[in-house]
Design a protein around this ligand. Structure first.
Ligand SMILES: [Zn+2]
Length: 193
């Protein structure tokens, strides 16, 4: 399966919270990178880059978190009416928030097709770049319209990725899909009374 919304969503979840244990964050980052190491992925990531998630410092993790957050919130602000109030965005970030000095690129044939390859010296360069490649490709961003946990008058409002192909995912999580179904059921019951 090619990299897509289902690979990006665990990282979008991470970007919107700060209570994930480090081990879980590293696991998600490795899964994300691994999706780009399979045949057919564009760009493809060299196996050398796998080691980046293993020797990860807290600082590198924080930079990755911040860059990814800026990228998606800024992308979302251009996609709709919403302004990126949650990101710490300075004027010089507004047009081109990402710099990635450690990325190296190569084009090589694979089964008759040219494949773009990328290799990185830093995870904080690689992960935002791969997210960028999804946003300019098959993925769209959306806000979860399900009722919020514990308060059905509000909406969940979490940012998540939708696949461009097939029926797009409607909520940020299965939990939200269930909560929305519960609310609809409840409303019908109230109408019947
Ligand atoms: Zn939700």
């Amino acid at each position: 399966m090619r990299p897509g919304a289902r690979h990006l969503n665990p990282l979008l979840d991470w970007v919107q919270r700060d209570d994930l244990p480090r081990g879980e964050v590293v696991r998600r980052l490795r899964m994300f990178i691994a999706a780009f190491q399979r045949r057919g992925a564009r760009p493809r990531v060299s196996s050398y880059s796998t080691a980046l998630a293993r020797r990860l410092t807290s600082k590198e993790l924080a930079i990755t978190h911040a860059k990814l957050g800026k990228l998606v919130l800024l992308a979302e602000s251009f996609q709709g009416e919403r302004h990126p109030t949650k990101a710490d965005i300075t004027p010089e970030d507004v047009w081109f928030p990402l710099r990635a000095a450690s990325l190296r690129f190569l084009v090589a044939p694979e089964r008759g097709d040219w494949t773009p390859w990328v290799e990185a010296g830093r995870l904080s360069d690689l992960v935002p770049f791969l997210a960028y490649s999804l946003l300019v490709g098959p993925v769209r961003l959306a806000r979860c319209p399900a009722p919020a946990r514990g308060n059905w008058k509000k909406t969940c409002d979490r940012l998540f990725a939708q696949s461009g192909r097939g029926r797009p995912r409607r909520h940020c999580s299965d939990e939200c899909t269930e909560r929305r179904a519960d609310m609809v059921k409840h409303q019908r019951r109230m109408e019947d009374v």
